[in-house]
Design a protein around this ligand. Sequence first.
Ligand SMILES: [Ca+2]
Ligand SMILES: [Ca+2]
Length: 316
Amino acid sequence: MKNRISGCTSFMLFWALAFPTVTIAGQTFLIGGALISDCSDPLGSGQAGITVSVTCDGGFSGSTTSFGGQGLWAVANVPEDACCVTAVGFCSIDSVCPPDPCNDTVCITVDAAHQAENQSLVFWECVGGDCEPACHGPIVSSEPPSGAIDAREPHSVSDANDVSGWSSLEVTMGGTVESCGVDEFSISEIGGGPPLPVIVAVVPVSEFSVRLDLDRSIEPGAWTVITHKSSGSKVCLGFLPADASQDRLSAASDINALINSIDLVAGFGLPDYATDINRSGITNGQDVLRLIDLLNGAGAFNVWIAQSLPANPCDS
Ligand SMILES: [Ca+2]
Ligand SMILES: [Ca+2]
């Protein structure tokens, strides 16, 4: 989870002026009783239902489910000790962002400066920054679309090291993506082997969409699953050379599927990633020949006939 402090409203600045700050592990928190996330709307609705708990190495524990107004929770009598603070519940940001599940922990060393006048630690909204208009899921669409199977050649016919394949995707989210970062997403594979691609950059494209850049092409013969961690929503991208028909099996029948699409047979249209087999930028008869090359394992190609993908993990 992110723990970021920035972009607070004037109301928050009022509190900032009321309390000095301390920097813990590179993050700036208010002391005199306040840990602050960077909620853009600290007065927003949704504070109800959050439980804030404190446990300390020396055995102290305490919690509260009530906030003392303005989204502040106070746990009384926290001693000077090494303590961890956990907030669980939901918080709301604004009318665009859905309620944000919050389950976050921050550990600090409490000293006199951290304790409020009434020997309380006070926490603002969800501890540590869940409550920010950052990267709200779920993923609602993507390009390439979830379930797509790249049927094109995985590398050139003459050089297996001349690799091609999807190495980025654009995802559209159900809320704002103002601060989406690589930590919000994870990658796994079904049917492949190590190494996994790594997300190296998350680049905003619009208010609701970002491009995820990977350090390499996704792996042929596998599903690559990109998960938005906090919402659990996923994109599944398949890579099965020669599978023009998109049925998870590379077979001689894919030749007919490709020809039918090239011939514009009604009902047999296929997307470019299923038909431009030689990655030339256009689909034509050369792609039929290249698909046959893939099935037979010509040149540097593996033999792809009878190769298959497991069930789409996004369907389960
Ligand atoms: Ca097929
Ligand atoms: Ca082509």
